[in-house]
Write a protein that binds this ligand. Structure first.
Ligand SMILES: *Cc1c(COP(=O)(O)O)cnc(C)c1O
Length: 375
């Protein structure tokens, strides 16, 4: 059977986790947490990166830093994972959903301005499949209307927009290291902070509202409760697992890109014949091969293709149920404008197996089966 996902494993994870344990430092901010933070800062060029317990928590932390409060409105796509909305809804805000563009499945930047009201406080672009949203336009709109931008870059590590790393363009950026993402620590994430002025508050909120980070650096002689906060600091054992992957980030990305390019090459004849639609990578964007998807004619054809592949022992999956149609979305959000593409395009999309170590012969077999399905 070909699984849809296999969590990334490079071979050094156990060695590093053992080192974390033997250093008798298994809580957060040990040697591996620091190595990961520094790597993220150097790789992305952000001012500060802080490992967190998940991308959901990184987004929550960003929402607290942005001082989101009840009654605020936050603009985001409805075609996204629940966490994008959760982080803001949890602070009492309303999620205002705008339509997506069919080419990248990203938020349609031309629909944002019409969704702005006097309650709007920010925009949350989601870089779907690790492919950038149209950030220049989004940042211009944010500046014009005095809004913050928090990038949901859960899928976007190692991808760029006009040479800039995703997650570093908005005020804050959030990465995920869940087991389904390119690099993993089981559950985990990171917050990227663009402006230095937020670093101290972020460290405090991440450490239960205390100034323990400063204490550990020897900048103060006792630590105390200085603000509200929560517990967003992951264990150094988890960071050790992640470190084994960040060390091999180029290799993992290269391996995924090889599978991605292989899929595209093998399936483009079907696209030329008008049978299915493949992902678009806009110029100005480089991507990390987070995901390979195909878009079938409609829901019915997608259901048939996924079950055909399952019979051939290939696990392909779909997502997301658009948030504005879900029970919580109806309660905590609203759709601004018309849902032209969100529902229609989400119903056509199927994700194919893609993970570090997927073999070329497996990609061949999957493409053979898709061709057979369309024959
Ligand atoms: C995976 C994902 C998240 C959540 O990440 P966690 O680390 O599991 O909290 C949020 N947004 C998007 C777009 C994702 O793909």
């Amino acid at each position: 059977m070909i699984n849809f996902n296999v969590p990334p494993f490079t071979g050094k994870e156990l060695k590093y986790m053992r080192e974390a344990i033997e250093a008798q430092k298994i809580c957060g901010d040990g040697q591996f947490t620091k190595k990961c933070n520094t790597w993220l800062e150097e790789k992305t060029g952000t001012k500060k990166a802080l490992l967190t317990t998940s991308c959901t928590h990184a987004t929550e932390l960003a929402a607290i830093l942005a001082q989101v409060k009840p009654g605020d409105e936050v603009i985001m796509p409805a075609f996204t994972f629940v966490s994008t909305a959760d982080a803001f809804v949890l602070r009492g805000a309303t999620a205002v959903f705008v339509d997506i563009r069919p080419d990248t499945m990203n938020m349609d930047e031309t629909k944002i301005e019409a969704a702005i009201t006097d309650k709007t406080v920010g925009i949350v672009p989601v870089h779907y499949a690790g492919i950038a949203c149209e950030m220049d336009t989004i940042m211009d709109i944010a500046q014009k209307h005095n809004l913050w931008v928090i990038e949901d870059a859960a899928q976007g590590i190692m991808s760029t927009y006009k040479g800039k790393a995703l997650g570093t363009i908005g005020d804050f950026g959030c990465f995920s290291f869940h087991e389904t993402k390119n690099f993993s620590m089981g559950e985990g994430g990171a917050l990227l902070i663009r402006d230095e002025s937020y670093i101290e508050d972020a460290e405090i909120i991440r450490e239960k509202g205390t100034n323990r980070s400063k204490f550990y650096r020897g900048q103060i002689d006792k630590y105390t409760w200085v603000n509200y906060g929560s517990s967003y600091l992951p264990s150094d054992m988890n960071a050790a697992y992640l470190w084994a992957q960040l060390e091999l980030a180029e290799e993992i990305t290269g391996d995924r890109l090889a599978s991605w390019n292989h899929y595209r090459e093998r399936l483009s004849p079907l696209q030329e014949q008008g049978k299915l639609v493949l992902p678009t990578i806009p110029k100005d964007c480089t991507h990390n091969a987070h995901m390979f998807y195909v878009k079938c004619k409609n829901l019915e054809e997608r259901t048939a293709m996924i079950s055909y592949l399952k019979e051939k022992e290939i696990m392909s999956v779909f997502h997301y149920i658009p948030l504005h149609t879900s029970p919580a979305g109806l309660k905590f959000g609203r759709f601004a404008g018309e849902d032209v593409y969100t529902t229609k395009e989400s119903e056509r999309l199927a994700r194919l197996p893609l993970y570090y170590g997927l073999k070329p012969e497996q990609v061949e077999y999957i493409c053979d089966c898709i061709e057979a399905f369309y024959a």
